[in-house]
Design a binder for this molecule. Structure first.
Ligand code: R5P
Length: 293
């Protein structure tokens, strides 16, 4: 029998597009919040002996964790054959080491938590930096999908003579791949992070790319500073108006508006997190990965 899909948020473009593209049956689940802010889950679909897939993107994770955990446990208590998690954005991946004495490594603890309640996990471009694979910290089966295909398609269709720019060395993995797919040049910058919101980057001479449109590409846009610093320098270098692309539209506070103010003509993201900047649909990437059913 086909799996049952339970989106924690049915209203997102990712969920709608995914359900349109596939034969998935949407399960019926009610998440109720009591006056004291406690949560109860009721699953109205028959999940006995079926594969249950919870679809939940995990930005701003803390409020989502209890409903997710209760939903997984409720499905299991009602006899689900297996419970998997599709998390288009996977939280807590950036806290991947002890940065200061006394701190814990949240990425490991979060991985331990999810590994306890799910049989498998599928996600898109998790922030793998000090950990090279999710299996370094997750004990369940994990699948990592990539948004480079849809991003490359978007750039090829929308941007004339793009110069792909990775704002830091870690971004090389995406920008090199995208540049290769669309046969465009790319560079990566050197970033030094001095704090949550304090960043320095070095922009090389772009003289030979005068006729190109700079396209900054990164996995996560959070405070926006990783892109704001290069934007300021691109302005000084008098390049064509730059475009910013992020896989995950985390956008803390006024980050989106700040990027536009700093000189981005356009800020475009994938719909792994619902946001006004979503212009690149990645539902087919997930649909392909779940094709085995
Ligand atoms: C970290 O290295 C990531 O790849 C991103 O560059 C980072 O998460 C962006 O964060 P922010 O927008 O706060 O500079």
């Amino acid at each position: 029998m086909n799996p049952l899909l339970f989106p924690l948020d049915s209203a997102t473009s990712l969920t709608k597009n995914f359900l349109e593209k596939t034969q998935y049956e949407e399960g019926k689940m009610v998440i109720h919040t009591f006056p004291d802010d406690e949560t109860s889950i009721r699953i109205d679909s028959d999940v006995k002996d079926r594969v249950v897939i919870l679809l939940a993107t995990l930005d701003r994770p803390n409020d989502k964790i209890i409903p997710l955990y209760f939903a997984a446990e409720t499905a299991r208590a009602l006899g689900a054959a297996e419970v998997g998690l599709v998390a288009p954005y996977l939280a807590y991946m950036r806290q991947d080491t002890q940065f200061h004495p006394g701190e814990g490594v949240s990425a490991k603890y979060f991985a331990g938590f999810l590994s306890q309640y799910f049989d498998w996990l599928i996600t898109i471009d998790p922030h793998l930096h000090r950990f090279h694979s999710l299996s370094d910290i997750y004990t369940i089966s994990t699948t990592v999908l990539h948004a480079v295909g849809p991003i490359a398609d978007w750039i090829a269709q929308q941007v004339d003579k793009p110069l792909i720019i990775g704002p830091d060395e870690e971004s090389e993995q995406w920008v090199a791949n995208i540049a290769q797919k669309i046969n465009a040049p790319y560079i990566t910058l050197k970033k030094t992070r001095n704090g949550d919101r304090s960043i320095m980057v070095m922009l090389p001479s772009l003289e030979r790319y005068k006729n190109y449109t700079p396209v900054l590409v990164d996995d996560i846009i959070a405070s926006g500073n990783t892109m704001i610093e290069p934007l300021k320098q691109l302005k000084l270098a008098d390049t064509k108006s730059p475009i910013c692309i992020g896989v995950h539209a985390v956008f803390a506070g006024s980050a989106y508006e700040d990027l536009l103010k700093a000189g981005a003509t356009k800020v475009v993201t994938c719909n792994t997190i619902q946001h006004v900047s979503n212009g690149i649909d990645v539902s087919s990437v997930i649909a392909q990965a779940l094709d085995k059913w």
